[in-house]
Design a protein around this ligand. Structure first.
Ligand code: SIN
Length: 184
């Protein structure tokens, strides 16, 4: 799969006649909201684990020295907490560019805190994308994050902002917390 997923994402879902779409954010989309939205609600998706396994060539690193950002890995029984935004479909023109380094849009059921369920779109960088890095010990991931920086700023800010945002959501993500404690 190519590094730039913009064209692939454009043809993945049809928004004809649809006035709003739910988007589920589990990484930077929780704390860096640089897009308009109609509504936002904490939500959870099932069967997915948040992992710092995706390389970042365009935001928190460079192609020569990639940073590490989160993607979702399928894991039965695991829940991932995040933030859902109801957005106008034209917002995906911006988001597809922002998430172009390996992320594809998938449809997922999302459960809100009141128990109601809606389908939403989520950006996932699957293992076959060219920037995927995969698992590594938490201390090594923290070291890579500590030394990486890209056009969106230091990789450490991505990790620390995400850890803080998850605390605000009342989430305890042991993978993120372990890497954060190594970094600190
Ligand atoms: C997301 O936040 O939902 C996708 C990954 C990222 O942009 O950090």
């Amino acid at each position: 799969m190519s590094f730039d997923t913009v064209e692939q994402n454009r043809s993945r879902q049809q928004f004809d006649g649809i006035s709003s779409v739910w988007l589920f954010g589990y990484g930077s989309l929780i704390y860096k909201v640089d897009f308009p939205f109609l509504e936002k609600r904490p939500a959870t998706i099932e069967g997915w684990a948040r992992r710092f396994w995706q390389g970042s060539h365009d935001h928190r690193g460079t192609p020569e020295a990639p940073g590490r950002v989160v993607t979702l890995i399928q894991q039965p029984g695991v829940r991932c907490k995040g933030m859902a935004y109801r957005v106008s479909p034209d917002v995906f023109e911006h988001l597809d560019v922002r998430e172009k380094n390996g992320y594809l849009r998938f449809t997922t059921p999302m459960t809100f805190d009141d128990g109601s369920v809606e389908d939403g779109l989520v950006y996932i960088a699957t293992e076959d994308n060219a920037a995927f890095l995969g698992p590594a010990p938490a201390a090594d991931i923290a070291q890579q994050i500590a030394r990486s920086s890209g056009p969106s700023g230091p990789n450490r800010d991505y990790l620390l902002n995400l850890a803080e945002a998850l605390r605000s959501l009342g989430d305890e993500d042991s993978h993120v917390l372990e890497i954060e404690s190594h970094l600190r």
